[in-house]
Design a protein around this ligand. Structure first.
Ligand code: GLU
Length: 338
């Protein structure tokens, strides 16, 4: 694709996916290949998440053409959890501009757990990046709206546009997290003490807790990711959700910080910007081509779904998605138990 900007013609080169039949075959293969793997544990730090059925496993690829390929439990619903952070960040960048969000929230990895309080203290109250809880709370606080209700309305409408359908809150997950999220409340108060949140910190935590409880399935994740891959246009509905530059910003942040403390390892093995959540979802984005959405509740110690990672790694290799690869490769560690 070429565009003239400031009198200079600029090219963007992303390649293309194999044909429809081949993608369909590879998605089924990725599901069948890892269906019986049972490493990892279902998250239980939000009590109700422990009730998830560990057998569920869905794999979906959404192409930027709008084509969808699904295998397994593609329609099984789950709470989006931390994956929401990627899309709320995009909404904040769209509303406020890249520079404001960059100054207020940052783009660098903390090297510490997603819900670390120490990371905030070590960085003079700077949240560091929008994929850790401190940065996600600061990002949610920036959303347009005079009240938390207006901010929530903006958020839920925006994430629905990414998914191409209205999303609803899983009330049981919301209630369970709201009763046990003392740490997030502490992080929000800490940000307030450093002047990083101007709104009522507990109201911000409440909106954030709702955003994490939004119910999606693997198909939604794939379409949401494909919207980022498609320069901000939802390839299924045709609606522009955010600007192309916002997608580039969001994907750069995901590449360095999207997969908890395993973000470097993920990029090394799989070579795609991605975001995961503790309920077992992963979305991985191949710019210009499409996205992979997976769901499998058993997660590794860092919080990443084990089968989701295996399936994504396989599809990245077989579909030729690794951003750093110039030739076919064997990712030696990708098959290892997490
Ligand atoms: N709602 C969870 C929290 O804020 C998100 C956990 C996650 O998926 O990383 O702690």
């Amino acid at each position: 694709m070429s565009t003239e900007i400031d009198g200079v013609r600029q090219e963007v080169s992303t390649g293309s996916l194999p044909g429809w039949d081949r993608v369909e075959e590879l998605v089924r293969d990725a599901h069948a290949r890892y269906r019986d793997r049972d490493e990892g544990l279902v998250a239980d730090y939000i009590p109700v998440l422990a009730e998830a059925d560990p057998a569920l496993f869905g794999v979906v690829v959404a192409e930027t053409s709008g084509a969808l390929h699904a295998a397994g439990d593609a329609d099984a619903g789950f709470s989006i959890q931390s994956i929401s952070k990627a899309f709320v960040y995009a909404l904040a960048c769209e509303a406020l501009g890249h520079e404001v969000v960059r100054d207020r929230v940052g783009v660098n990895n903390t090297g510490l757990a997603f819900n670390s309080v120490i990371a905030v203290e070590l960085n003079d109250g700077h949240p560091m990046n929008p994929m850790v809880n401190a940065g996600a709370l600061a990002t949610t606080a920036l959303l347009p709206g005079a009240t938390p209700e207006e901010q929530w309305a903006h958020l839920v409408a925006g994430l629905g546009r990414f998914a191409g359908r209205d999303l609803g809150v899983d009330d049981a997950v919301y209630a369970s997290e709201a009763a046990t999220n003392q740490r997030n409340r502490a992080i929000a108060r800490l940000l307030e003490s450093y002047g990083r949140i101007e709104a009522d910190p507990l109201a911000v935590v409440d909106v954030y807790t709702r955003q994490c409880a939004l119910r999606v399935d693997a198909r939604d994740l794939a379409v949401m990711g494909a919207t980022l891959a498609d320069g901000g246009v939802n390839p299924v509905t045709g609606e522009r959700v955010v600007a192309a530059q916002v997608c580039r910003d969001a994907l750069a942040v995901l590449a360095s910080t999207g997969m908890y403390e395993r973000s470097g390892e993920w990029l090394f093995e799989i070579g795609l910007p991605a975001k995961s959540g503790v309920s077992g979802g992963i979305v991985a984005v191949a710019p210009g081509k499409g996205a992979i959405g997976t769901f499998s509740p058993r997660i590794d110690p860092a919080g990443n779904s084990v089968r989701g990672r295996l399936a994504t790694a396989h599809l990245s290799r077989t579909l030729g998605l690794n951003l750093f690869a110039s030739a076919a490769h064997v990712a030696e560690r990708a098959e290892a138990p997490a």
